[in-house]
Design a protein around this ligand. Structure first.
Ligand SMILES: [Zn+2]
Length: 139
């Protein structure tokens, strides 16, 4: 079986189509299934990974994303976001002594954040434009 990688615009279109009229999608796996179905309507050989779909969705702001995590035993590091690969910045607090203390790290692009212990993403929920509940985007 041969695969073709859809251009970003085509994939973004498939994501929007898959989310149309749906207030929420409760897992990345479900979203991927829906997007792949739309993609294959365009070209039966088109394929995309969960990760590419998620990153493009975040990059183009096609839906709100809620990230469920579990805490790992090791410390979080100042690196790339495990959800969207963007840069993370330190969450810092000023101390009464005039210094700063690092409380964790947060992504500069998506709602992912982690405390001093690393939080591992285990599940995603996506909210489309039709979702009328509270905003899940963190400031
Ligand atoms: Zn991120």
């Amino acid at each position: 079986m041969s695969y073709r990688i859809p251009p970003a615009d085509t994939l973004a279109e498939a994501i929007s189509e898959a989310l149309e009229g749906r207030p929420m999608v409760v897992s990345q796996q479900k979203l991927t299934e829906m997007v792949l179905k739309k993609l294959k309507d365009k070209d039966p050989n088109y394929a995309a990974t969960e990760e590419r779909i998620r990153k493009l969705l975040i990059d183009r702001n096609l839906a709100k994303i809620e990230i469920h995590t579990r805490e790992a035993d090791d410390r979080s590091r100042h690196g790339r976001c495990p959800v969207c690969s963007s840069k993370m910045k330190r969450i810092q607090n000023e101390t009464i002594f005039g210094g700063t203390v690092t409380l964790g790290h947060k992504c500069t692009k998506c709602p992912y954040w982690t405390g001093l212990k690393r939080r591992i993403p285990i599940r995603y929920v996506f909210y489309g434009d039709d979702f009328k509940g509270p905003s899940h985007k963190e400031a």
